[in-house]
Design a protein around this ligand. Structure first.
Ligand code: SF4
Ligand code: SF4
Length: 331
């Protein structure tokens, strides 16, 4: 049936450290993504109940009613959606432990409520698999705390690799190399994204509040070398943080270093809180910087992708929409 909806409402599932959602978008226009289970800490789930809840949400979209949580989201599109009940876009963010301290991290935000307890996700994944509710032709994306700080990271990752998951997307700070990432990269199905945000030790210390730039670059080099046939699976991300890394010099240093270690794909994003505060009054020097970054990346022959907050920016400004929103690989 043709209607306006998004792939996450159709088949997304995101486990967070205290709840289950359908997506992760917390951009300017979607500050509160659809939550289907609040206060969740690994308890046994009634999947029929949850699926009915998702179908109820979908019914609204079928009637042409855009849920208030989704109004203005760049991911909405008209399509011929089926009535699939399998989960295809899985996001794992059920832990918040990390060995870094980025100034923009959700963990340092005042509204961050420390999780009541940690929970294991592997039993839930196995249960979903047993019930035939997982579709491995989409994507598994990690975006919680740091993979190196999650004990079951290797187990979950290896489980999905064995099942033939089409795309596995790992977000890591790369301070410590992770074994299953080094192995996963060989399969050509795993991508690794690291928010480096700068091109030198001092700026790194300022943004990450830890002196680990060299370690990160060393890990990235190992990840680049571990790649299989596809050499674009290791990605360096640049979160534009106004007043911190907002000059052409900052960008040039980052791109020089990115090329030096052999990374071929980069990702642009914006600090989400800043864009939320300034979406109606973005200074022109930021527009100029954005244009410069995109032009320079293209000039260097690197691949470019945009993340959620950058997509909100591009939607507001109507910029480079031809590049695509890079929502899900394979979607
Ligand atoms: S429309 Fe946007 S906010 Fe709503 S579920 Fe989809 S991705 Fe999330
Ligand atoms: S690496 Fe990620 S989880 Fe860790 S502090 Fe930085 S943004 Fe937060």
């Amino acid at each position: 049936m043709k209607y306006i909806c998004c792939s996450n409402i159709q088949s997304g599932l995101r486990f967070e450290y205290n709840c289950i959602k359908l997506c992760c978008f917390m951009g300017t226009n979607t500050p509160d993504p659809l939550t289907i289970k609040k206060d969740y800490y690994g308890e046994k789930l009634n999947w029929s109940e949850l699926i009915s809840k998702i179908q109820e949400i979908r019914s609204g979209f079928k009637r042409g009613e855009i849920d208030s949580h989704c109004k203005g989201c760049f991911a909405l599109r008209e399509d011929d959606w089926d009535d699939n009940t399998k989960f295809k876009w899985i996001q794992i963010a059920h832990w918040s432990d990390c060995n870094c301290n980025c100034t923009y991290c959700y963990r340092v935000a005042s509204e961050f409520v420390k999780p009541k307890k940690r929970y294991k996700l592997m039993p839930v994944i196995k249960e979903l698999d047993k019930m035939g509710l997982l579709d491995y032709s989409g994507e598994l994306a990690y975006s919680g705390g740091e993979p190196a700080c999650l004990r079951e990271f290797d187990d979950i990752t290896n489980f999905f690799i064995k099942k033939g998951e089409r795309n596995i997307m790992v977000h890591t700070n790369a301070i410590v190399p992770v074994k299953s990432v080094l192995n996963g990269l060989k399969t050509d199905t795993m991508s690794v994204t690291v928010s480096v945000d700068c091109g030198d030790r001092e700026k790194f210390k300022q943004i990450k509040q830890i002196d680990a730039y060299k370690k990160v670059m060393n890990t990235l080099k190992r990840y680049v070398e571990a790649q299989g046939l596809n050499k674009k699976m290791v990605r360096s991300k640049y979160i534009i943080i106004p007043k911190v890394n907002d000059t052409k010099e900052d960008v040039n240093k980052w791109l020089d270093e990115t090329e030096r270690i052999g990374i071929q794909q980069v990702i642009i994003d914006f600090e989400s809180d800043w864009l939320a505060r300034n979406s109606k009054n973005i200074p022109s020097y930021i527009d100029d910087l954005y244009d410069y970054i995109v032009a320079d990346i293209k000039r260097r022959g690197l691949d470019i992708q945009f993340y959620g907050v950058a997509n909100q920016y591009r939607t507001i400004k109507g910029k480079d929409l031809d590049v695509g929103i890079g929502l899900h690989k394979g979607d």
